[in-house]
Design a protein around this ligand. Sequence first.
Ligand SMILES: NC(=O)c1ccc[n+]([C@@H]2O[C@H](COP(=O)([O-])OP(=O)(O)OC[C@H]3O[C@@H](n4cnc5c(N)ncnc54)[C@H](OP(=O)(O)O)[C@@H]3O)[C@@H](O)[C@H]2O)c1
Length: 276
Amino acid sequence: MIKHLADCTVLQNGVKMPWIGLGVWRVDDGAQVVHAVKTAIQHGYRSIDTAMIYKNEEGVGQAIAEAGVPREELFITTKVWNSDQGYDTTLAAFDESLKKLGLDYLDLYLIHWPGTDKYADTWKALEKLYKDGKVRAIGVCNFHKHHLEELMKTAEVKPMVNQIELHPLLSQKELLTYCKQNNIQVEAWSPLMQGNLDHPVLAKLAQKYEKTPAQIVLRWHLQNGVVIIPKSVKEHRIMENAALFDFALSDEDMGRINDLNQNQRFGPNPDEFFLV
Ligand SMILES: NC(=O)c1ccc[n+]([C@@H]2O[C@H](COP(=O)([O-])OP(=O)(O)OC[C@H]3O[C@@H](n4cnc5c(N)ncnc54)[C@H](OP(=O)(O)O)[C@@H]3O)[C@@H](O)[C@H]2O)c1
C-alpha cells in the first residue's frame, strides 16, 4: 500500500505514475495556478493534471519552471480537447500544449472525452506521439467499457490510463473491474465530489479515524487502487489532501463507503457529451 506522496503505480509499459496529483480544473491561469502548483510541489506533490480546455497550461508551465524540481521528477498530464479530435488536429494540439507548458515531452497525454466517431483517429495520433518519444504514456478519459472495447479493435498500443468521474456517489464498480482486468490504470476525477463532502457516513468515519471527510474519501480511493488528483487552491487543503498515510480504513468501513454509491454524476455522462 502507498506510504508516501511520491509513491507510484506502475503503468502497463513500466512508466511510474504518482498515486496522488494536483488537479487544476477551474483554476485561473496566471497567479492562481502558479501559486497552487508551486505550493503543491513544495509540499511534495510530483504530478499535475491539466488540459488544453482549462486554459491554464502556461501558468502550469511557469510554476514547473520556477518550482526548482528537476523535470524528470515531475509527472505532467494534459489532454486533447473535443474540437481538436482527429489525427492531424491532435498532433497540432499536442504541439501547442507542449509549447504552452514550456516542455519538450509530456508524461501522459489523454483523450479528454470519447465523443462518437473520431476517437480511433485521435488515438492513432497519440500512438504516433508515443512511438516518437514525445510522451511517456497515453490514455483516455471518460471512456465507458464499450468505448474501450471499440478502441481496442484498432489500437496498436492499449490505453494505459482511463481518467473517469469516480467518487463515493459514483463508484463505477464494473468499469473499475474491467480496467483492472485489462491493466488500464483508473484515475479518479472529481475524487472529492467537487467539495460536496457533507454526508453523515463520511462525518462518522472522519470522527472515528480523526481525519477529515476529504481524507476519508481520498484514502478510500487509494485502497481501491485508484489514482487521485484532488483540486485545491488552498495551501492547507493541498496539504490535507496528501496527508493520507498514517491510517487505513478497515474492510468494513471500505464497504460502508462502497454502499454510498447512487450512480450520481456531477459531470455529464460520456455517452451524452458529444464533440463540439
Ligand atoms: N477528464 C475529465 O473530464 C475531468 C473532468 C473534471 C475534472 N478533471 C480533473 O480532476 C481534477 C479534480 O476534480 P475536480 O476539480 O472536479 O473536483 P474535486 O477535486 O473532487 O474537488 C475540488 C473542490 O473541492 C474543494 N476541496 C479541495 N480539497 C478539499 C478539502 N480537503 N475539503 C473540502 N473541500 C475541498 C475545492 O475547493 P478549493 O480549491 O477552494 O480548496 C474544489 O471546490 C480537476 O481539477 C481536473 O484536473 C478531469
